[in-house]
Design a protein around this ligand. Structure first.
Ligand code: NCD
Length: 292
C-alpha cells in the first residue's frame, strides 16, 4: 500500500510519471479512470484550494468523495483520531485525504496500513501535493527542466509546510533554494539566508511568496504588517522589468505578500498554480489508487 506523507514516498521515476500524467491530463481530459473509487476527506484545518482541488480532481476522474467535517464529528465527543480513522476505514474507502495541525498525524495514520493516506497539509512540516503542483508549474514554465534554476522563498518560512515540502522536493530536483525573511520568520537551515529581498532579485529565476501564518504564532511577531510589507511585498517598484516567475500557494494577503498590480501581471502565476493543482492531484490519485 502506497501513501503520500511527503514527496520522499515517491521514487524519481514516480515523480517523472506524475509530471507526465499531469501534463497529459492538462492537454486532454482523461477518461474516468477512477470510476469505482471512493475517497474520504478529513480536514482538521481550514482549506479553500486544497480541499476543493482534491474533490475536483477526484470527480474529474470519476471517483466519489465523502467529506467528514471534524468540527461536527465524534472527535468532538472524545473519540481518538485513530479510532475515528479506523471507523472510516471500516467503510472500505480507497483512500483518506487528511489535513491536520500536527506534523506527524499523516504518518501515524499511514502506519496503521488500513487505507492509502494522502497528506493534504500537516503542521508546518509537509504539504506534498502543493510542492508537486509548484514543481509542475515551474517545469512547465521553464520548458521541461528546473535543474540549476534558482528560487527565493520569501516570508513566513518557519511556519510554512509549503516551504518545508518545497525545499526538500526542489533541492532533490536540482534547484538552488534561497531563503528570504525577517529573523523571526527564518527557520534553522543550511540554505543561504537573506534578510533583504532586494538583494536577491537579480540572482533568482523564481520568487515564491508565502503568507504570514498569524494563526500559528503563539504571540504576534509583528504588530504592523504594513512595515513587513515595505520590505517583503512583491510590487512593481521592487520587481522592475526582471523576467521572474512569481508564485504563491495562497491564500494571498493582498498588498502585504504581493501587490494588487503584480497579481494581475503575467509574470505572476498564482491562478495557474491553482489550475495545475487539479491536474497534479489527478495524477497523484491515479498513481496511488490505480498504478501503485
Ligand atoms: C497553505 C496551507 O494551508 O498550507 N495553503 C495551501 O494549502 N495552498 C498556506 C497557507 O495557509 O498560508
Amino acid at each position: 500500500m502506497q501513501h503520500l506523507v511527503d514527496t520522499d514516498n515517491f521514487s524519481d521515476a514516480q515523480i517523472a510519471q506524475l509530471l507526465a500524467d499531469a501534463r497529459a491530463f492538462k492537454a486532454q481530459r482523461p477518461p474516468q479512470l477512477l470510476r469505482d473509487k471512493l475517497l474520504i476527506t478529513l480536514f482538521f484545518e481550514a482549506s479553500t484550494r486544497t480541499r476543493s482541488s482534491f474533490e475536483v480532481a477526484a470527480k474529474r476522474l470519476g471517483a466519489s468523495v465523502v467529506h467528514l467535517d471534524p468540527s461536527r464529528s465524534s472527535t468532538k465527543k472524545g473519540e481518538s483520531l485513530e479510532d475515528t480513522f479506523a471507523n472510516l476505514c471500516a467503510m472500505e474507502p480507497d483512500g483518506v485525504i487528511i489535513r491536520h495541525s500536527q506534523n506527524d498525524t499523516p504518518q501515524i495514520l499511514a502506519d496503521l496500513e488500513m487505507t492509502p493516506v494522502i497528506n493534504a497539509g500537516a503542521g508546518n512540516y509537509a504539504h506534498p501535493t502543493q510542492a508537486l503542483l509548484d514543481l509542475f508549474t515551474m517545469v512547465e514554465h521553464f520548458g521541461g527542466e528546473v535543474r540549476g534554476k534558482r528560487i527565493a522563498i520569501v516570508g513566513d518560512i518557519i511556519s510554512s509546510r509549503v516551504a518545508s515540502s518545497g525545499i526538500r522536493l526542489l533541492r532533490r530536483m536540482g534547484m538552488e533554494v534561497l531563503l528570504v525573511a525577517p529573523k523571526p520568520f527564518m527557520p534553522l537551515s543550511d540554505l543561504p539566508q537573506y534578510e533583504s529581498l532586494d538583494e536577491v532579485l537579480d540572482r533568482v529565476d523564481v520568487v515564491m511568496s508565502l503568507r504570514a501564518q498569524l494563526e500559528r504564532h503563539a504571540t504576534p511577531i509583528f504588530d504592523d504588517y504594513g512595515a513587513y510589507a515595505t520590505h517583503y511585498c512583491i510590487d512593481h517598484d521592487r520587481l522592475g522589468d526582471r523576467e521572474l516567475l512569481i508564485l504563491h500557494p495562497g491564500p494571498v494577503m493582498r498588498n502585504i505578500d504581493i501587490s494588487d498590480a503584480v497579481l494581475q501581471d503575467p509574470r505572476c502565476k498564482v491562478l495557474e498554480q491553482v489550475k495545475n493543482g487539479v491536474y497534479m492531484r489527478m495524477a497523484i490519485l491515479k498513481l496511488l489508487l490505480l498504478d501503485a
